[in-house]
Design a protein around this ligand. Structure first.
Ligand code: F6P
Length: 553
């Protein structure tokens, strides 16, 4: 850290020591304007309430000074211009180009990338039109009714989450499903009941080398050919009617058998977990229609412009990142939960786990030095109000304090508005209970009003006291639409990148996932042949022996 940084960091530490002794009740009592001071809106759809974070406006302003001393502003500018932010893979990070308007100009290696982005978008538009109109036909002449996206990680989580979140916008003519796990049960469940004549597979893989995706894609191809092809001569014709690929490795997709015209390209400057805006979003566009996919891009563009043009103090993704930093570094909270109060957002936490934890779950900095301070918190979540009836007990009274984001939607996309009102009431109530808790005197007054004796009150009261001071942010949205969702997702992407900038981490590589993949290769051979090599550690050898023995029976 530079001297200025260190000084600000020290001041923040001292402030945090003082502030962590304050309660939310005290914070709100001391400042009746706290909600106004610590909340803001973005566009017509979003309100962000940060007032239930355990922080003072003074500490927040110091955090912004610290972020400036970390050179955050020029680093943000880099996200919108040619850069080498992914230094270990020697790649640029330019996913913001994917949602820029057609007349924008963004040079990478001396070439404007926007025409390429627009070319692939038109390819997607034409393809969607063909599939939706029934003009695209399977090998036997029938229109496509079912689409299966085969991919994993960034080639699955984002699109699967968005398709689920926007199911109210579903195109009636096609059903989109996702297969990711190499567990054959996943593919089996999706293929069950599908008519091969009307099924189209999207093989989505940036590298086109990922074991799970290739395993599933090969099995899907076999399933299809066994049912539709009557000999080797017709195989490639059949595949070209039923398989398309989304990849930055077009030659590998063509080797797999996908026709070159059926390949949708994206580029190495799009990270997998930031890729749903690229051709990786083809499954989204097919599910909700290309115009709605464009709305998603435009919603993201709103967040991009906001990030680029707004001072740190009012910049939503910057503030989101600073609260995570404050909570983990100064308040020692190393867990962050995400609770969308929306069944449509059931896959949101899964998506966010990859975005946050694969990006910033690292402890070596950009210069290769070990980082000793906490970095990415553990991220997890579930939909509300279900979580309230499962694990919220720990959340309210357990020994861990967990920081949380609550996401709520005012207008429903269904025909049961009274459900939405109750759902939202629960969200608001939970954040209040977490922040303000219930004091001993409040409990005693409540029990006394219920007619309990003094002895009964003394016995029960300790169990009913709730400390409060559990920090949360509420993200309140008018309604889930492609546009509002696009804004939300881009905000979380930016929060993730900003945390990396603040912690001096490369958020765009993922070396930690490589070792396990490599070790699996020889083990898979041993399991497939049933011949253990006994070349591993004792535990792994023992497990392989047992698996081989059981596999024979
Ligand atoms: O193994 C991790 C990872 O590389 C992710 O970063 C990526 O999103 C996922 O695998 C899938 O990769 P691909 O799109 O290349 O198949």
């Amino acid at each position: 850290m530079q001297d200025k940084n260190k000084e600000l960091d020290q001041q923040l530490k001292e402030l945090a020591e003082y502030e962590s002794a304050l309660t939310s009740v005290q914070r709100f009592a001391a400042d009746p304007e706290r909600f106004k001071r610590l909340s803001c809106t973005l566009g017509d759809n979003w309100l962000f309430d940060f007032s239930k974070q355990s922080i003072s406006p003074q500490a927040l302003s110091l955090l912004c000074d610290w972020a400036r001393s970390q050179r955050l502003e020029p680093q943000i500018t880099q996200l919108f211009s040619d850069n080498q932010l992914n230094n270990t893979e020697k790649r640029a990070v330019l996913h913001t180009a994917l949602r820029m308007p057609a007349n924008a100009h963004l040079e990478h290696n001396g070439k404007n990338v926007i025409p390429d982005v627009q070319r692939v978008l038109s390819q997607m538009r034409n393809f969607c039109a063909q599939v939706h109109s029934g003009q695209w036909r399977g090998i036997t002449g029938k229109p496509i009714s079912h689409i299966v996206n085969i991919g994993i990680g960034g080639s699955d989580l984002g699109p699967a989450m968005v398709v689920r979140a926007l199911r109210a916008y579903q195109q009636q003519s096609v059903q989109v499903q996702f297969v990711s796990n190499m567990d054959g049960a996943d593919l089996t469940a999706v293929l069950a009941g599908l008519d091969p004549e009307q099924t189209l597979f999207i093989v989505s893989s940036k590298t086109f080398t990922t074991a799970e995706t290739l395993t599933n894609a090969l099995s899907a191809k076999r399933w299809l050919l066994e049912r539709l092809s009557d000999g080797e001569e017709t195989e490639s014709q059949t595949v070209s009617h039923h398989f398309v690929a989304v990849t930055s490795n077009v030659s590998a997709a063509v080797n797999f058998g996908v026709a070159p015209d059926n390949c949708f390209e994206f580029w190495d400057w799009v990270g997998g977990r930031f890729s749903l805006w690229s051709a990786v979003g083809l499954s989204i566009a097919l599910a909700i229609g290309f115009e709605q996919f464009e709305q998603l891009l435009q919603g993201a563009y709103l967040a991009d412009c906001h990030l680029r043009d707004t001072p740190l103090e009012q910049n939503v993704p910057v503030l989101m990142a600073l609260f995570t930093h404050w909570n983990s570094r100064y308040l020692n909270l190393n867990t962050e939960a995400i609770f969308p109060y929306s069944q449509d957002m059931a896959l949101f936490a899964d998506y966010l786990q990859q975005l946050g934890m694969e990006s910033n779950g690292k402890s070596v900095d950009r210069q290769g030095e070990k980082i000793t301070e906490p970095t990415c918190p553990l991220m997890w979540g579930a939909v509300g109000s279900n979580g309230q009836h499962a694990f919220f007990q720990l959340f309210h009274q357990g020994s861990h304090v967990i920081a949380a984001d609550f996401i709520g939607f005012v207008q429903p996309n269904d025909d049961f508005p009274e459900h939405q009102t109750k759902l939202l009431a629960n969200l608001f109530a939970q954040t209040a209970a977490l922040a303000f808790g219930r004091s001993r005197s409040q409990v005693e007054a409540e029990l006394s009003a219920q007619g309990l004796t003094v002895a009964e009150i003394a016995e029960l009261a300790p169990y009913m006291v709730m400390d409060g001071n559990r920090p949360s942010t509420t993200l309140l949205c008018k309604r889930i639409t492609p546009y509002s969702l696009g804004t939300l997702l881009a905000l979380y992407e930016h929060k993730t990148a900003i945390l990396g900038m603040l912690w001096n981490i490369n958020s765009f590589d993922q070396w930690g996932v490589e070792l396990g993949k490599k070790l699996a290769i020889p083990i898979a051979k041993e399991l497939a042949t049933g011949i253990p090599s006994h070349q591993h550690d004792a535990s792994t050898n023992g497990l392989i022996d047992q698996a081989c023995a059981w596999a024979k029976r």
